[in-house]
Write a protein that binds this ligand. Sequence first.
Ligand code: CA
Length: 401
Amino acid sequence: MSTWVPVPEGSGFGVTNLPYGVFSQRGELPRVGVAIGDHVLDLAELAGAGLLADRRWFAAGSLNAFMSAGRAVWQPTRDRIITLLTDMSYRDEVEPALSPMADVELHMPFAVPDYVDFYSSREHAANLGRILRPGSEPLLPNWTHLPVGYHGRSATVVPSGTPIVRPSGQRRGDHGPVFGPTQKLDIEAEIGCVVGMPSALGQRVPTTAFRDHVFGFVLVNDWSARDVQAWEYQPLGPFLSKSFATSIAPWVVPVEALEAARVRPPEQDPPPLPYLRCDEPWGLDIRLAIELNGHVVSRPPFAGMYWTAPQQLAHTTVNGAVVRTGDLLASGTVSGPTRDQRGSLIELTWNGNEPLELPDGARRVFLEDGDTVRITATAPGTDGTPIGFGGVVGTVYPATE
Ligand code: CA
């Protein structure tokens, strides 16, 4: 399948990807588009010209209206966009709806009613157990029986590029708690799944109904203050150590684009309870890369995640709780078995005891003011070209008084 739009080698935004986002040009209102090569295709303009259905889904400042329309709309819309970009006979009509990526501003792609963060990498959970609870079992007894998670703060889910102001809070001191800017500002590289079709109160979403409810996947950086976290997290879990900022990439990769990335997840032993069983292979061969000030410091592999997104959604709704359009279910930090696959600085530097040596001669344990973190990811595509997730970027600014 080839498109008439020029797609640079290694762009990640070929015609088998077509991630959705929200963009604007100078003086115009934000609207929905898809990325193709170095361009954004304006779906509102195409709908206005009668080339796509229902303009209300696309002439909007978020993806939520389109995502709430359900799979019966997502699939034909995607098929239609592919036709418009591959059939030469549409070129003259469609080309005016393309804008160079460099000329547009990218916005928060969807409104997030609720944000859940899981803890689904066995390697990450075991590393954190060893660091935070030395001398005890790395995994707590419930970890292999359910996808552990907590409810986060949706109001501070922010788009890529939003400045990250160093948060202040309480941490443990030698003579009782002290207050001040965190001294252990960290990242967590994650993949989030985005709910499209909501569920009803009391309705469970079984693992087999995953594709009916989930629209796509997005890169997440769950910024964390480790000293605040270590002091506050028992007994109810993280609170202020996580709620100051969670960044997401501007592009949502549709579930349909990841068909060639699906793999069998690691075997689950002991077998989970029946409501968590999932016979379809929903591991995803997504390869992340973490750059600190332009240097790649880790390449976490998503394929090794122990709990999968359908299991996380089934668990979230098994008590009858509702999920809504735009709900973000983040995977938890993605960490692999080797040091250069760890998805957070607390693991990469073993809580600051093993500093990272960067190629420019700098040393880091946790983030310093002025540091920039960029997380990217790719997955195999159906025609052999990679599926890119764009990037989620944030720069650290000094704490405010
Ligand atoms: Ca997290």
